[in-house]
Design a protein around this ligand. Structure first.
Ligand code: NAD
Ligand code: ZN
Ligand code: ZN
Length: 364
């Protein structure tokens, strides 16, 4: 029997999300119904709201969440009613060559069950789209079970939720690229993701962690997590020159966590020419290009991207959530605002102005 749910619906670029009652079908084979308890606002959602990424409408956005399983479809044997879970952007089927490999978190089933054909949402008979088969800006969601991790019941829902994108992406990126005690790290953008790069680098014992952000207010929370130097790009002539002055040969590991090609160029320039690695985490507007002097790459520097910190849905996320539950990872100080679903547009307005670190929507 389809159920009525409450969701924030996206109707087109730069329009406010509207709170509506929708119908949600029962979970089909290989799917689960999750009651969402918390969902975070990630800048990837804002990119879509601002029209920087293609998205069919009307749609329910949102991909960072935690909740409780309330029903499972046929063929689901490893999840049951009452499980505390974290849905993830990527599947982990567990049997394909990529799932068997430690080198990548990109399951070969990526892209399956993400299109409108698989949306279980409708309104008056009209199918409603979702963001890549998720749609966490709603009090319930049906999702493929191979994208759902069972996590510790000792973790708060808001912390477990944040782990599923901001936490995994930030901390996972640091761990994937072997940041160690000799590392000289530069983090561009100290938002929900960048602060977790800082945290991950500090946990790894990096000797220098430089944060770059246009908002001075980000410095205090970043220092609490282990930041050693802060640069406001609006107050210096050249960010790359400042980073060179601190690190002598450039950052051994730099991370762009904004999504601005001009900042990516700066991050590459600030990376050690011989053995540095620049990781592009930020999502740039669809179709944009990155230019950088090729000469900079000829001596050994590497530049690359990373999706969801290289973290695997079901074998990687639960341990991160447990680290949080045990107090070894701090998400609580990074959650600056807790709102209700009806206040979601205010949450995105704050993100746009750089006034929040992570905003989490809490459901009853
Ligand atoms: P956010 O809005 O919380 O943080 C962005 C930060 O960048 C803010 O602190 C802001 O003040 C700062 N900033 C903006 N422009 C700047 C500039 N020109 N110079 C310096 N600082 C600047 O965003 P978020 O949720 O942390 O997401 C960051 C980026 O990461 C987004 O592009 C998002 O789409 C992307 N993302 C990628 C992945 C992935 O898997 N690769 C996962 C999650 C998010
Ligand atoms: Zn995200
Ligand atoms: Zn797989």
């Amino acid at each position: 029997m389809p159920m009525k749910i409450k969701a924030a619906v996206f109707h087109g670029p730069n329009q406010p999300l509207t709170i509506e009652t929708l119908e949600l079908d029962d979970p089909g084979p290989g799917e689960v119904l999750v009651k969402i308890k918390a969902t975070g606002l990630c800048h990837t959602d804002l990119h879509i709201i601002e029209g920087h990424q293609p998205q069919p409408v009307p749609a329910v956005l949102g991909h960072e969440s935690a909740g409780v399983v309330v029903a499972v479809g046929p063929d689901v044997s490893d999840l049951r009613e009452g499980d505390h879970v974290v849905p993830f952007l990527l599947p982990e089927c567990g049997v394909c060559p990529n799932c068997q490999s430690g080198k990548t978190n990109i399951c070969l089933k990526i892209g399956e069950r993400t299109g409108t054909d698989f949306s279980r949402l409708s309104r008056n008979g009209q199918r409603i789209h979702t963001f890549v088969g998720m749609g966490t800006f709603a009090d319930h969601m049906v999702i493929a079970a191979d994208r759902v991790a069972k996590v510790s019941e000792h973790a708060s829902f808001e912390g477990a939720c944040y782990a599923s994108c901001g936490g995994a992406t930030g901390i996972g990126s640091v761990r994937r690229h072997d940041v160690d005690r000799e590392a000289l790290v530069a983090v561009f953008g100290l938002g929900g993701v960048g602060l977790n790069v800082v945290q991950g680098a500090a946990l790894a014992g990096a000797q220098v962690i430089i944060g770059v952000d246009t908002n001075d207010a980000k410095e205090a929370v970043a220092r609490k997590l282990g930041l050693t130097h802060f640069i406001n790009p609006d107050k210096v002539e050249s960010v790359a020159a400042e980073i060179m002055a601190i690190t002598v040969m450039g950052a051994t590991h730099s991370f762009e966590c904004i999504g601005a090609p001009a900042v990516m160029r700066e991050a590459i320039a600030a990376t050690n020419a011989f053995y540095g690695r620049c990781t592009i985490i930020g999502v740039a507007p669809s179709g944009s290009e990155l230019t950088t002097p090729v000469q900079q790459l000829s001596m050994g520097k590497t530049v690359g991207g990373l999706l969801m910190g290289g973290v695997k849905a079901r074998s990687g996320l639960p341990s991160l959530v447990s680290e949080y539950a045990e107090g070894r990872v701090n998400f609580d100080d990074l959650i600056s605002h807790r709102l209700k679903l009806d206040e979601i547009n205010e949450g995105f307005a704050m993100m746009k102005q750089g006034l929040s670190t992570r905003t989490v929507i809490l459901f009853d």
